[in-house]
Write a protein that binds this ligand. Structure first.
Ligand code: FAD
Length: 470
């Protein structure tokens, strides 16, 4: 076994850890990735495992306090669930993801201007009873919204109720929302007085698509939080793909601080030593300042068996996203709008013409189409899924047009989000023991913002424990 002791090259670690007075030591026999020349040696005291948004946020906070760290990522790039593949010149996000500009933590961490955010229409077109009906945000698209008052996507009362619900969430702080009394979203909507028709035709496909939960059993806390963010911000995509978000965070970190293709297999911890991280190749890293485990919840159970009680009491949320391409004259609209299935039939939940929102997602003179399903459809082959989707969307847009679409790729994402049905605690304590911390969306809200918040909280807890503050 090779043990690499990681500590502060320029600072005496015993200042912070009288009980861990090990000298700085680097064993050159470790893996090629972990045998950099002395000049490229990661200057680190903290080991962060997982370079999704949570791990990147933790790293960003440590970096801002000049605390050295190393960020280990098992895959070949940063981002975790927020990744974009480039396929024949198309940008394919791994699953349909929207960045809401009003996410409060994201506002603090990201430079929106350089993300070159491309906006969706603030509303949706809903397929119901063989036709499309618009639901629009009255503050952004007043005339569309007024025209939609009498459409069959709910009553006039329902549409006014959306306005009062909006005022209700805007008067609460995020803290109040995330710690409020909770019930399932479906119960909240009924309690507020929404009719079955607007619930089935709008809320179910829209929020069911956000939570990957068509039953709308997800906590009302998450509904209120997202509803508030939607009221305050725009739905967007970065021009270079959703992975531009984690890439921006990673680009600000020291270049030698992120080790890709580096999988941690266990974290060992006892009272007398700093936590040790064992890598798949047999190497062991020892972090003088602690370890932050920023992996997704299913991976956590493997890394820390026994440290963390079983977490899968409720089924995780899954989704399938299929991409198609077409010539620009083979798509029916130019609007950057989300289409929802309000019919209560079929397997498509939502779809949109990606290049109408962000033309940069496809090569010139090509359109990109994204179609999302909720669930994993593990018993249905890819060919069958493609066929079913094409048949269903032929009923929406006409056979002549849709049969020209060419399938590009299918993403089946088993673990898209943790299940956040009540009872939830969206402010879980990141500390397992002093020196060992957790972050990830399962500790907060299953959103980009929740993951970023959790990363900050883990870093703050570590720094507090180590008395770096004050
Ligand atoms: C299809 C889809 C659509 C979504 N849509 C939205 C949306 O529109 N808006 C929104 O706000 N949120 C959305 N989300 C949720 C959001 O993406 C997640 O909540 C967030 O990205 C979670 O970040 P994380 O850092 O907690 O976890 P992850 O992104 O899962 O990061 C964990 C990282 O740990 C790494 N790792 C795991 N095990 C190891 C190991 N042993 N050693 C080293 N590294 C390891 C993984 O490779 C990964 O990079 C969506 C998610 C999906 C999948």
């Amino acid at each position: 076994m090779t043990i690499i002791t990681i500590s502060l090259p320029s600072t005496n670690p015993s200042i912070f850890f009288p009980s861990y007075p090990k000298p700085f030591k680097f064993n050159p026999k470790c893996s090629s990735q972990l045998t950099p020349t002395p000049s490229s040696l990661p200057k680190t005291g903290v080991i962060i495992i997982g370079a999704g948004l949570a791990g990147l946020a933790a790293a960003t906070h440590l970096n801002s306090q000049n605390i050295p760290f190393v960020l280990l990522e098992s895959s070949n790039a940063v981002g975790g669930r927020v990744r974009t593949d480039i396929v024949d010149g198309f940008l394919l996000d791994r699953g349909f993801q929207i960045f809401i500009t009003a996410y409060p933590e994201a506002q603090k961490l990201l430079n929106y201007q350089s993300l070159n955010l491309q906006k969706f229409y603030s509303g949706a077109k809903i397929f119901y009873n063989g036709q499309f009906h618009t639901v629009a945000d009255p503050l952004r698209h007043f005339f569309d919204s007024a025209k939609s008052l009498t459409n069959p996507i709910g009553s006039v009362f329902d549409k006014l109720l959306i306005g009062t619900t909006r005022i209700g969430v805007l008067t609460k702080s995020d803290e109040q929302i995330l710690t409020a009394e909770e019930i399932p979203t479906i119960d909240l909507l009924k309690k507020l007085g929404f009719s079955d028709s607007i619930i089935g035709r709008f809320f179910r496909p829209f929020f069911g698509g956000i939570f990957f939960d068509p039953e709308l059993e997800t906590t009302s806390r998450l509904f209120d939080f997202i509803f508030k963010c939607l009221a305050l911000g725009e739905n967007t995509l970065p021009a270079k793909g959703i992975s531009a978000i984690p890439e921006q965070l990673a680009a600000r970190l020291p270049s030698d601080s992120i080790l890709l293709n580096t999988k941690a297999v266990s974290v060992d911890f006892d009272d007398s030593n700093p936590p040790r991280v064992r890598l798949q190749n047999g190497d062991v890293l020892s972090g003088e300042l602690g370890v932050i485990v920023a992996v997704e919840e299913p991976a956590l159970v493997k890394l820390l068996p026994g440290k963390k009680n079983p977490v899968f009491k409720k089924p995780v949320r899954s989704t399938v996203c299929l991409y198609f391409t077409a010539n620009p004259d083979e798509i029916p609209v130019r609007d950057p709008v989300l289409f929802l299935n309000g019919s209560g039939q079929g397997i498509v939940n939502n779809m949109f013409f990606v290049t109408n929102v962000a033309p940069s997602y496809a090569p010139p003179n090509k359109a990109l189409i994204s179609v999302s399903l909720i669930g994993l459809f593990e018993d249905v082959s890819e060919d069958e899924l493609v066929l079913k989707v094409i048949q269903e969307l032929s009923g929406w847009f006409g056979d002549k047009m849709v049969k020209e679409w060419k399938h590009l790729r299918t993403y089946r994402i088993e673990y898209a989000q943790p299940n956040q049905c009540p009872p939830t605690n969206l402010k879980k304590n990141p500390t397992i023991e002093q020196g060992l911390y957790l972050c990830g969306d399962y500790l907060t809200s299953a959103t980009f913002d929740g993951a970023l918040v959790s990363g900050r909280r883990a870093a703050e807890s570590l720094l507090n424990d180590r008395a770096f503050f004050g």
